[in-house]
Ligand binder design. Sequence first.
Ligand code: NAD
Ligand code: ZN
Length: 355
Amino acid sequence: MPDSLVINSHKGQYQAHFKNDLLRNVQPFLANEPHFIVDENVARIYGEQLSSIVNHPNTILVQPAEEFKSLDVVSKIIQRLVANKIRRNHTIVAIGGGITQDLACFTASTILRGVDWVFVPTTLLAQADSCIGSKSSINVGDSKNIVGTFYPPKEIWIDTIFLRTLHQDEIRSGIGEILKVHAIESSDEFDRAAKSFELMLTDFDVLEQFIHSALFIKKRFIEIDEFDAGIRNIFNLGHSFGHAIEAATMFAVPHGIAVSMGMHVASSVASARGLLQASHAERMKLVLAKNFSPYAAVQIEIQPMMAALMKDKKNSSSELGLILPIGERAEIQKIMIEPDAQFQQQLADSLSALR
Ligand SMILES: NC(=O)c1ccc[n+]([C@@H]2O[C@H](COP(=O)([O-])OP(=O)(O)OC[C@H]3O[C@@H](n4cnc5c(N)ncnc54)[C@H](O)[C@@H]3O)[C@@H](O)[C@H]2O)c1
Ligand SMILES: [Zn+2]
């Protein structure tokens, strides 16, 4: 079992623990007046093992879809918590993926001006990436993740047993984020993850090691820039292009897989502009292409992609703010680029190279 990680935050230290008997030992979660917020699919799949939680009088099930990551759903959760007589010394326990996390974290940070919360992430994306870093985000109208708070959980309990029932797209999505985090650390770390790509798809012990190293790398950055005002920006590697691909394909491509495509686009645009050696872009593409291969044939139109890129929060009034691998060491940096015809051509070339 990997060591626990201790993360420093503005709310004090919190820990991420690795376990392999969570489903056999849920008793600790039932102590101290818990209020459970549980992904309804997880509640169904693990109904038997988690029966004392699923059937607990203070359990609220949530539907894990973007349209339900809304203020309206938060309001319903709050009304249920109030009806269940939540007090400031109680604890909210969230069990599910990133959507359940965002709903629970936002609720915990605002109800009664803040109650403690604990997180059991059940998707690879949530275990390897979102569970640490303090952020909660809620969608309003068409604006994704437009409101939110910084409010870390008291504790995180990671058990890879949950990953056995995840759809393979969700595994690839999490691997997309794992590759991203390792690329941020160094080209050597990226290569180490790349070498284990096939094993990550099949061997949960190997995957657990990479969940740990991804969190270990992310920990260093969020401790420096918890409020995302500077260096943490580079965690958007693959995300400007990835979000634009999600938008241009009406979300046909799962998030972390779009991030793998986005990382390929980022490295090939950087290489076309002479900012990155072609050998780095080719090296990275080998594993990224394996990860996005089930979606490589999806049609991505350039115009809606450009329109989405132009809306990115990192842009200035006239330039795109892009996170790209740069220089001899493929170091991840923010670069400002004019969205001119040359850039659009480079984008189009990198999209045709996805196939
Ligand atoms: N707060 C943050 O720091 C942060 C960071 C990254 C992403 N996010 C948010 O996270 C969300 C995406 O999270 P996600 O990818 O975990 O998706 P998710 O929570 O939507 O879960 C994906 C699917 O997997 C199912 N599922 C969950 N656990 C399962 C299990 N063990 N077995 C079988 N199925 C299971 C869910 O029911 C759902 O259908 C997005 O809304 C994104 O904005 C938040
Ligand atoms: Zn992401």
